[in-house]
Unconditional design. Structure first.
Length: 345
């Protein structure tokens, strides 16, 4: 049998192509393979995070906030739902001019672009003013009484000073003509005030006017009450209304800061929303108050000096009187002695 001269050559494997080939080649280099694998995982995480973030933030789903002011809360909630928004009632006021349940203010304001699902915080008008119990404050200091009333949501309608040995201690408490007694269950509308009769010694009937400029209306009232002063006429600039009144600040007061005033005096207040006006007035008030303080200190020093001089003169006069009396006594004693001796001889 004749042997073939041709030698069979082994078939060469076809090289893998495409992704499979790339993977195969990478597997031959563990370092490169792991590096590419890590890079792919990082890219996948970034893409997944971006997609998830778009879903959470509702990217591209903006809404225009409707104007809810003047609308009843039930209608406002329906409007908000139709626009993919949510109403949250975070405050309430009692404004007699508006119907109960009407939206008085909102945040964000109407017309603002927001994302779907955004919460809109509203202030609504109460159906009636909240009633609160009047705390019994008689027998306490004016400062303690004021604090107790403010905690209860009340204020001071008027301070009436009467002569007494205890200055600035509450002698009586009244709601109109009704006297509040210990254990009283009297209720009045939140924000109302009570009348306090307060004691004062005649020689201690003055106080130093505090600085009300730069304060809100409530803050100014609290400072003045604490110093034994009444609130006079309250004046608001144009643009201040019941909704933004809490943001207005005092820029003028009828009795100057650091002036001396009689207890129970009334202080008129002027308020504005203009911060520039408030800041300018505050600086001028501080300057004037500093000058008043210096004048008062000078007057007190002069008074002390005059009292010391009067006391020194009085001491000298007393001393001189004592000397005269002593000499007169000595002379009288000498005269008596001489008389006795004459009678003896």
């Amino acid at each position: 049998m004749e042997q073939s001269n041709s030698v069979k050559r082994p078939r060469r494997r076809k090289k893998a192509s495409g992704v499979a080939g790339l993977v195969a080649r990478l597997k031959q280099s563990p370092v490169a393979y792991n590096a590419v694998l890590i890079a792919l995982v990082v890219v996948a995480i970034i893409v997944a995070s971006s997609i998830l973030m778009m879903i959470i933030t509702r990217h591209g789903t903006h809404r225009t906030v409707p104007t809810f002011m003047g609308v009843k809360i039930t209608e406002a909630e329906r409007m908000a739902k139709d626009n993919g928004l949510k109403i949250i009632v975070n405050d309430s006021l009692f404004v007699p001019a508006y119907e109960g349940g009407v939206v008085l203010d909102q945040l964000p304001k109407g017309g603002v672009e927001v994302k779907s699902g955004r919460k809109v915080y509203v202030t609504i008008n109460s159906f009636r003013q909240k009633m609160v119990k009047v705390p019994y404050v008689a027998g306490r200091s004016l400062r303690q009484a004021k604090n107790m009333l403010e905690v209860a949501g009340l204020g001071i309608e008027r301070l009436i000073y009467e002569e007494d040995i205890a200055t600035n201690y509450v002698l009586g408490e009244f709601v109109g003509k009704q006297e509040i007694k210990e254990g009283s269950e009297t209720e009045i509308e939140m924000g109302s005030g009570v009348i306090l009769k307060v004691g004062v010694e005649p020689e201690k009937n003055t106080t130093i006017v505090p600085k009300a400029i730069g304060q809100s209306l409530q803050g100014a009232k609290s400072r003045l009450w604490e110093q034994g002063l009444n609130i006079g006429k309250v004046n608001f600039d144009d643009g201040v209304n019941l909704l933004n009144q809490k943001d207005a600040k005092v820029y003028r007061q009828s009795l100057a800061h650091n002036a001396v005033a009689e207890l129970g005096s009334a202080v008129d207040l002027w308020l504005t929303l203009d911060e520039e006006v408030v800041n300018k007035s505050s600086k001028a008030s501080d300057k004037a108050a500093h000058e008043l303080e210096e004048k008062r200190l000078e007057a007190e020093a002069a008074k002390r000096d005059s009292i010391e001089q009067a006391e020194a003169i009085q001491r000298n006069e007393v001393q001189e009187a004592l000397e005269v009396s002593k000499k007169a006594a000595q002379k009288a004693a000498q005269s008596v002695t001489e008389t006795d001796e004459d009678e003896f001889f």
